[in-house]
Design a binder for this molecule. Structure first.
Ligand code: CTP
Ligand code: MG
Length: 232
């Protein structure tokens, strides 16, 4: 079976994290967050290469053309995550055909497990549309009023939190993102763009440990998770 390419949006500003160095370039356990993210993806033999989508102002990209023997390419992203992902899809090598599946995975999600990636690839590629990793909502959900008081409690039944990677076909995803952009809707994940086309991606339950590094507390959590990892 043909290998799978990955689009890695890494063009964000990290405003919630703060600091001078973008969060994907912070060192944890001897390598950058981005290197951990790449290692997690490339651990699967079906993953063939990656496009890293960088900000036009990025001064910290190390200039890699490969990682662990697999090719890396870069392109420049946009003002929103969706624009960056679309730029990445356009920059994929020509050998990636329109109906080939591609992965999209946040640069800031370095703790993806082998098991979850394998499940996504196996079950997602068997689905006509594609699939995403996600986890059911576990907390009780409150709707806030304008005054900060609680207006009510919402049911969490059937509610899931969307993670990445997300797996879709190159052309279908590009078209879905283009349509959303034309409609002026900022889709916050790939599945949302596909859903707007009337398609129904598969939800695959993944580990909570595949969290996104958003604040410094998340980086500390990642450091902790790394120390607990069994040696490979
Ligand atoms: N991203 C991107 N292009 C953008 C915005 C975000 O490629 N215009 C990427 C980020 O680099 C990150 C992923 O999308 O890897 C998830 O976004 P998020 O965690 O929100 O990162 P930032 O946008 O960088 O952080 P913040 O929202 O706090 O500014
Ligand atoms: Mg953001």
């Amino acid at each position: 079976m043909a290998g799978i390419w990955t689009v890695i949006p890494a063009a964000g500003r990290g405003t919630r994290f703060g600091g001078d160095l973008p969060k994907q370039y912070l060192q944890v356990g001897g390598q950058t967050v981005l290197a951990h993210t790449l290692a997690a993806l490339f651990a699967h033999e079906a993953v063939e290469g990656a496009i890293i989508v960088l900000s036009a102002e990025d001064a910290d990209w190390p200039g890699w053309s490969d990682f662990e023997g697999k090719p890396l390419q870069t392109c420049v992203g946009g003002a929103t995550r969706a624009e960056s992902v679309l730029a990445g899809l356009r920059a994929l090598p020509e050998q990636v055909r329109g109906d080939d599946f591609v992965l999209v995975h946040d640069a800031a999600r370095p703790n993806l497990s082998r098991t979850d990636l394998a499940a996504l690839l196996e079950r997602g590629r068997a689905d006509p549309v594609g699939a995403i990793l996600a986890a059911p909502v576990r907390d009780t959900l409150k709707r806030a009023g304008d005054d900060g008081g609680i207006d009510g409690t919402e049911s969490r039944e059937r509610l899931w939190r969307a993670f990445t990677p997300q797996l879709f076909r190159r052309l279908q995803l590009s078209r879905a993102l283009e349509h959303a952009a034309q409609a002026g809707i900022d889709v916050t994940d790939e599945a949302m763009a596909m859903e707007r086309q009337g398609l129904r991606p598969l939800l695959i339950e993944g580990a909570e440990s595949n969290f996104k590094i958003t604040t410094p507390a998340d980086l500390a959590r990642f450091e902790f998770e790394l120390q607990r990892r069994p040696a490979r």
